[in-house]
Write a protein that binds this ligand. Sequence first.
Ligand code: HEM
Length: 217
Amino acid sequence: MRTNALLTSVAIWTSALAQQETVRYQDPETGITFASITHANGASYRVALPINSTSSDAVLQIVAPKEFQWCGLAWGGHMTNNPLSVSWTTGATSGQKAIVSNRMAYSYYAVPQQYDGAEHTYLKGTTSNDTHWQVTARCQGCTRWSSADGDIDITTVSETVFAYACSSYAPDTPNSNTSQFNIHEQFGIWNHNLDLGRSESFGDWIRNNPYEASVEV
Ligand code: HEM
């Protein structure tokens, strides 16, 4: 199996407890204010939440340098038993240039499976340019879940542990979010200050930023 081959052939993994801090970041394209972190590898992970959350709603933005073919966010701060938002560039020069996939991993030795407990809806700001690709999406189901880890709800906390993983190897079928992909070369964990991305404007942000695949940036 190709995944197992890569497990042995990828010699260098990097793992780090990130030193970077979460900051408040207003996305100029959508107006959404995120709690954002940019890691040393240049990839940014941004989350916005309703001010008083009564649901599992969030907006996620992942911005990755083009050297990475996929990067994912683990909402529970480790690989297994929590929602994974795995995103990648489709390589398309028009239309849908980046994609996001709902996954959950139940082991470290298999491709994370499709996860029906979460649903992503693309928003404006899902695109790529000469240097980066990015996904901006609403996720319903990423902030509350039940798994072997228990019943988890991160909407009630000010700060939570997130994790990321990135790879320079493209998924097998880049234009499909059900594609197989291989193990990451990098991963890390960090504390994410969710309060910086909480707002009463959350509903307006979703309403005002419908996805337009043809928009060029
Ligand atoms: C084919 C897909 C994948 C494979 C085969 C894979 C495999 C592995 C393996 C073997 C480890 C090392 C475990 C250890 O050292 O104890 C690991 C760690 C890790 N992986 Fe993956 N992985 C995959 C995809 C992902 C994805 C999509 C994410 C996140 C979006 C992710 C996040 C992590 C993290 C954060 C760790 C560090 C250990 C932890 O905190 O759980 N992995 N992975």
